[in-house]
Write a protein that binds this ligand. Sequence first.
Ligand SMILES: Cc1ncc(COP(=O)(O)O)c(C=O)c1O
Length: 366
Amino acid sequence: MDVDQFELERWFAEYEHDADVMLAESGVRSLHADRFDTDPGGLGYVIPTKGAADVRRAIADDHGVTAEQVVCTVGAQEANFLAFQSILSPGDHAVVVTPTYQSLHDVPDSICEVTRVPLDRPEAQGTDGGADWRLDVDAVADAVRPDTELVVLNNPNNPTGRKHDWEAVRALYDVAADADAFLLCDEVYRLLADDPLPSVASLGEHAISTASLSKVYGLAGLRFGWLVGPPDVVDAAERWKDYTTISPSAFGQHVARQVLDGQGHSLRQEALDHVRQNHEITAAWARGHGLEWPDPVGCNVFLRVPDGFAGSREFCRTVVEDAGVVLAPGDCFSAGGESYDDRFRLGFGLPTDELRDGLQRVDGVL
Ligand SMILES: Cc1ncc(COP(=O)(O)O)c(C=O)c1O
């Protein structure tokens, strides 16, 4: 397997440790462990290794499927990896909607040929706000070939914060199903929408959803996620998982059970209230600097690099070196001839006092 380095992770590795404010985290601020019972009892492997029946049932209920269609994983990262390994082989073809989280195109790219279909850039629509990053279902249909096995979407999208509507998602599913391919939708940000869409997994036997507790609940360190899909794909994913992590973590599953069974509703509401407040603060800040605000879903926004900087890496490097604030360069999302070097991703899910501090520091640079 020959896979490109994960640009954003390498950027974080370079700067995250020494910086004062992390304004590039893609999820909601972390919850403290004392919000949960943290004693799972025995620390053996989780049995069955695809996750306990009650936990899989809770996930299945939320996705409109049966528990047999769920395999629990170590984060959505593993869920996506297992899906790609289970479905794709050398000689196959995949279509990936971009820009997106790097592993969603680079892991498929390490296995087979990939066609990237970009979201319509806002400037092409005559708006510069990013409000548009529209999903062009026809362009995906044009990219699909007889050997296409998989179409990949991330909705709501990282890095743009764009939430594609249900009509577009259903149309994309039909494109995949008509080609006898799967639609995989990474839904790690789904429940950060005030009015979340149903899970793609509910659409039928060509649909796969991946997600986790990381982003919405502020529980990234639990490393608890899942893949939901047709039984054949779930079985293949389980066989691959024997070689990756064997089972989810016992701590992760213990806390996941508390979120999925009871506390989830109030924790999600808490997260939504927090994000709403930070959204207002960040929108006012961006507009104050003449940066168009696209009204993203979730807590990521993909803004234009301010005038006076050669590109996103120069801007973000200046901000971290002069002000101790980590932003994510849009260039980390560039791939296959598409450049996002004119953008940077700002994550506003962090604690509100840290957000205010971080924005004020960036003010100094601007
Ligand atoms: C779209 C997307 N998928 C997956 C992940 C990884 O999530 P997890 O922590 O659940 O592995 C991320 C993290 O940023 C992401 O943005």
